[in-house]
Design a protein around this ligand. Structure first.
Ligand code: CUA
Length: 313
């Protein structure tokens, strides 16, 4: 019956996922059994006790003690068993092993920021080693978000002013999609991140050198990739549409009025400052909602984004 399972749920990526699926399928089959039993008996009785003649009188039957005990006690046993299985599984999901790799997660409109124990930070993308438990300690910088990885069967709210946590044990190498499952504004559906589960050796290599592509891609191409993957695209269009932030179309070389009454020429230095210190100059007519990308982009990545913005004519 594996086809049925894969029809209903994505392939399991963690040890916990199989546990959730087993319990889910057990409940599914119990429900299917009782549905058929009850619907079958119902149809049979409708036919068996149909009215046959106009003067037929139904005999008066008040109750049947034995039958009532049977149909109360059996479901009671079933739900108590399900409760204990579910509770046990829930505790496995909530209480992680002590020696997990800890990653800090910050949700903000509309990106996910991850921070490793050694201080390295990434956006919308993380690498984790296979066969090692990972624990995520999460908080939000603005509104409520929700950290959801369907293939790991884990989900937890990410709240401002409070930490929540979550752990799982990846069992196979592969790429998993993580998404925000709590409506948090217009860019909600753009809050997607990739979780790369890789071998221990590859994880170490990535920690030391970063992603191979980041070092070798041409600047403008890298800029386009970052524009799409680091959350810029959510607020800055490239076709002239107005969103939370100014469009990038033709922005390079323009002069813009700022909130404080000054006028600023959009050049490389202004773009760089706006990426690293977005609150320094706010264009008039726009909200000061952009988060800083200080420490989140390497020098080459900042240069790449600027090249990409310059290319939007
Ligand atoms: Cu963040 Cu929805």
């Amino acid at each position: 019956m594996n086809w049925l399972r894969s029809l209903m749920m994505p392939a399991p990526g963690s040890s916990y996922a199989s546990e959730v699926d087993d319990l889910y399928m057990l409940i599914f089959w119990i429900s299917a059994f009782f549905f058929l039993l009850i619907a079958g008996l119902l149809s049979y009785f409708v036919w068996r006790y149909r009215r046959r003649s106009a003067d037929e009188v139904t005999p008066h039957i008040s109750h049947n003690f034995k039958l009532e005990v049977v149909w109360s006690v059996i479901p009671l046993i079933i739900v108590v068993v399900l409760f204990f299985l579910g509770f046990n599984s829930y505790m496995n999901a909530r209480v992680g092993p002590g020696e997990a790799l800890e990653i800090q997660v910050r949700g903000k409109r509309w990106v996910w920021e991850f921070e490793y124990p050694d201080g390295m930070r990434t956006l919308n993308e993380i690498y984790i080693p296979v066969n090692r438990p990972v624990r995520f300690v999460m908080s939000s910088e603005d509104v409520i978000h929700s950290f959801y990885v369907p293939s790991f069967r884990v989900k937890m709210d990410v709240l401002p002013n409070r930490y929540t946590d979550l752990w799982f044990h990846p069992i196979e190498e592969g790429v998993h999609t993580m998404l925000c499952a709590e409506y948090c504004g217009r860019g909600h559906s753009d809050m997607l991140a990739q979780i790369h589960v890789v071998s221990e050796a590859k994880f170490r290599e990535w920690q030391e050198q970063g992603d191979e592509r980041m070092r070798t891609m041409p600047l403008a191409e890298l800029g386009k990739m970052l524009y799409e993957s680091r959350g810029c695209a959510t607020c800055h269009s490239i076709d002239g549409t107005r969103r939370e932030g100014p469009t990038f179309k033709g922005i390079y070389g323009e002069s813009h009025a700022m909130r404080d009454g000054s006028t600023v020429l959009v050049d490389e230095n202004y773009l760089r400052e706006s990426i690293l210190e977005p609150q320094a100059k706010i264009r008039s007519g726009y909200e000061a909602i952009m988060p800083t990308f200080q420490g989140l982009l390497r020098e080459r990545e900042i240069a790449a984004l600027i090249e990409f913005i310059k290319a939007q004519k």
